[in-house]
Design a protein around this ligand. Structure first.
Ligand SMILES: *[C@@H]1O[C@H](CO)[C@@H](O)[C@H](O)[C@H]1NC(C)=O
Ligand SMILES: *[C@@H]1O[C@H](CO)[C@@H](O)[C@H](O)[C@H]1NC(C)=O
Ligand SMILES: *[C@@H]1O[C@H](CO)[C@@H](O)[C@H](O)[C@H]1NC(C)=O
Ligand SMILES: *[C@@H]1O[C@H](CO)[C@@H](O)[C@H](O)[C@H]1NC(C)=O
Ligand SMILES: *[C@@H]1O[C@H](CO)[C@@H](O)[C@H](O)[C@H]1NC(C)=O
Length: 336
């Protein structure tokens, strides 16, 4: 009897071993051989089925049974980018936006917008392509010194969309921050020249900023806002995008509960990514391991205005960012 039992166990074990071997074989085989795309597709689809995703990634920004905290805030119908069609602002939004930098006698907004869209493309459908076939992975790269020595470069460069901001350089820092940039977020006072393949994403704080980008891409007639600014900018005109003032207000009111005077560039960039991406990874946010707030390209550890307290509520922004990570909406890479 003992012998029979052993034999049974052995037979069960053989069957199990066979199944494991076969599955492993099939799996590695299907991943390598494109002719077995069907199997790969089936595996991919079942993955979707289990995650109940709204996109083609393993996990999506929006899920069918979503977290209530997230659902309360996330409003898909507020689009992050300005187009002619959505440029008409409510009085409330217009006044909120105008007081951000309190500029006197602003030019006629709708005339400025019209001139702007004669210079840059007016694409109302950009990034509104969410669906079960799309898996857009995005890296939002902040400027924190915690990137130094992180060796995140290849990981960052492997994303579909790579968003950098303000003065951020890549040259000389590729190992830690990567070399590709698909979107560079800036305002006139923080502008730098870009290469031909990068989208300049302008965050306008006032009507003059919209006049500035129009001018900087054409005549170069505007050389100062409240400080001297670059009168011309190197950037591909066909890729220039404008952060919508209505979206700006939505981020401030809904995500930050109107704490701080307005959100930081980093937080605005993060919410842009949350709205246009299926998977968001965040790099270079927060202080470094010693609690220092400085840029990765500077050695000045008592570094300037990076934390920008006063205007922004950095603690609240950080709390909301951590909550987004807790709810598996974003992935934070803490650096070194
Ligand atoms: C979402 O945004 C749209 C457009 O601004 C607005 O009409 C709608 O009320 C918002 N929905 C929620 C639930 O806040
Ligand atoms: C701005 O210009 C538009 C079109 O030229 C005009 O209809 C509108 O009344 C102007 N608005 C203000 C506040 O002057
Ligand atoms: C940018 O690239 C396009 C082709 O992709 C080319 O036609 C254009 O001349 C380039 N512009 C600059 C400023 O290099
Ligand atoms: C801007 O241009 C005007 C007119 O050309 C000039 O007088 C002024 O000094 C310039 N300002 C700066 C900051 O370069
Ligand atoms: C951030 O979260 C911590 C812990 O939950 C809380 O004590 C703190 O008051 C929050 N700060 C802000 C500014 O909301």
């Amino acid at each position: 009897i003992v012998f029979q039992r052993l034999e049974k166990n052995f037979r069960a074990f053989t069957v199990l071993a066979f199944i494991v071997t076969f599955t492993t074989f099939l799996f590695s085989f299907t991943l390598r051989d494109p002719s077995l795309y069907f199997f790969k597709y089936a595996i991919h689809k079942s993955d979707n089925f289990f995650s109940k995703g709204q996109c083609g990634c393993r996990q999506c920004m929006t899920e069918l049974e979503d977290d209530p905290w997230f659902t309360e805030r996330f409003n898909q119908s507020v689009h992050p980018l300005m187009s002619r069609r959505n440029s008409l602002l409510t009085d409330d939004t217009y006044h909120w936006w105008q007081q951000l930098q309190g500029h006197k006698d602003p030019a006629n907004f709708s005339e400025v917008v019209e001139k702007l869209f004669q210079v840059i493309p007016d694409d109302d459908d950009l990034y509104k392509d969410a669906g079960p076939e799309r898996c857009r992975t995005c890296a939002v790269v902040g400027n924190s010194g915690n990137l130094k020595g992180s060796r995140y470069g290849p990981l960052i460069d492997s994303s579909d969309v790579i968003i950098r901001m303000n003065m951020a350089p890549t040259s000389g820092f590729e190992k830690d921050v990567g070399s590709r940039t698909t979107h560079h977020v800036m305002y006139p006072e923080s502008a730098i020249d870009l290469d031909n393949t990068t989208s300049l994403l302008l965050i306008p704080f006032k009507t003059l900023d919209l006049q500035w980008i129009t001018s900087a891409l054409t005549t170069g007639s505007i050389n100062e806002t409240y400080v001297p600014v670059q009168s011309r900018i190197k950037a591909n005109k066909n890729r220039v995008l404008i952060y919508s003032p209505a979206f700006f207000k939505y981020v401030s009111d809904t995500w930050l509960e109107s704490k701080g005077r307005y959100p930081s560039t980093g937080f605005l960039s993060l919410l842009f990514a949350v709205h246009i991406c299926d998977k968001v990874s965040v790099y270079g946010f927060g202080a470094d391991q010693y609690g220092n707030w400085h840029h990765y390209w500077e050695n000045n550890y008592n570094g300037g205005n990076f934390r920008e307290t006063g205007v922004h509520d950095a603690d609240h922004e950080y709390n909301v960012t951590l909550l987004l990570a807790d709810k598996h909406k974003i992935n934070i890479f803490k650096g070194f």
